[in-house]
Design a protein. Structure first.
Length: 334
């Protein structure tokens, strides 16, 4: 089997399961798009638990977070009937093609990755897996002949490397892989910390008050919005430089309300910052409370959740296994 043209573009993305609750930045930046993409694409999503162990993880926590992350995907609207939802470690083709990609990539290329440089500077012990991480990521993508890979700006360099590896392999061994396009999530979908609106919302936030978890209790969500940092002046306007706090709140509002920025700004014309915070608190609770409830329901029936993931892994293997077989054949494995 070689690269095929799909009737609908095939979109594939992965997310690491390294926290209990996804946060609002993941929800708006990734999950909302994943859900929307089911309408227009042949959508494939997976939990990158093999990438997670490139830095030390507690085994019990990793297992729990893998299930929790999958549950949050489904609760947010990723429909395992329409999309293929699976766990990376449950599809053996990933490390198999990952190894081949490690041998197609050069050490120098891997060392040039800014994520490797950042993470290796932060950790005392640097695993070999942290260096070869992008080769496994390339395998994740190429196994499925993905046309487009929706990821954040921070993954652009890895995607560029994936494209290079696909082209290099195809040239050396014959056409085998689709060269994927990056589907970089637009800047407007970038969500900042509610307490420090110049820093990206992230699980390593300085203060938990700045980070909104999908699984936070509704009361906690409302409180975080009501105590969000705003800016000098009184006018609700979008201006990332002069008004980072208000601009972030407007971005969140426009994403959750499903309206464009001009409409969001107009909606709050002549209103005070407090009004924006209050209305946004209500909207966020209204949006996230059902996701939280559905996640808890899914987690109450782990056998069913496990079954859904096993079925996803099986569907994934049906596509990934023939790709690996083709790559094995091409490189000369018996
Ligand atoms: N590296 C990605 C991240 O940390 C996760 C990931 C792993 C991924 N494999 C992938 C994303 C394949 C897209 C496609 O966000």
């Amino acid at each position: 089997m070689t690269a095929t043209a799909h009737a609908r573009p095939r979109s594939l993305s992965g997310i690491q399961a390294t926290s209990d609750s996804l946060h609002l930045g993941n929800y708006i930046g990734a999950l909302q798009q994943f859900v929307a993409q089911q309408e227009t694409s042949d959508a494939w999503y997976f939990i990158a638990n093999m990438h997670a162990i490139t830095v030390p993880q507690d085994p019990a926590k990793l297992r729990e977070r893998t299930l929790l992350t999958a549950a949050q995907f489904i609760a947010a609207g990723v429909d395992p009937e329409r999309s293929v939802l699976f766990v990376q470690s449950q599809v053996d083709a990933h490390p198999k093609l990952g190894w081949i990609m490690e041998c197609v990539a050069s050490e120098g290329e891997a060392r040039r990755m800014t994520q490797f440089k950042d993470k290796s500077a932060k950790n005392e012990q640097v695993s070999l897996g942290l260096l070869t991480y992008p080769a496994l990521m390339a395998a994740d993508i190429l196994l499925y002949q993905a046309d487009v890979v929706p990821v954040g700006e921070d993954q652009r360099q890895h995607l560029e490397l994936t494209r290079n590896l696909a082209e290099r392999f195809n040239k050396r061994f014959g056409h085998t892989f689709t060269v994927p396009e990056p589907g970089i999530v637009k800047e407007t979908a970038k969500i900042y910390d509610l307490q420090d609106p110049t820093a990206k919302m992230s699980k390593s936030a300085q203060s938990p008050a700045g980070l909104v978890g999908i699984l936070d209790e509704p009361k906690a969500i409302a409180k975080k919005f009501k105590s969000a940092v705003t800016d000098d002046g009184t006018e609700v306007a979008f201006d990332r430089e002069a008004k980072p706090g208000v601009s972030n709140l407007l971005t969140i509002y426009s994403s959750l309300a499903g309206v464009d920025m001009a409409t969001a700004v107009e909606h709050f014309e002549g209103k005070m910052y407090g009004h924006l915070k209050g209305e946004l608190a209500d909207l966020a609770v209204e949006t996230l409370a059902p996701v939280r409830e559905r996640t808890l329901e899914l987690l109450a029936d782990r056998a069913e959740l496990t079954r859904i993931l096993a079925a996803g892994a099986q569907r994934a293997a049906e596509v990934a296994d023939p790709t690996v077989a083709a790559a094995y054949e091409r490189v000369g494995f018996l």
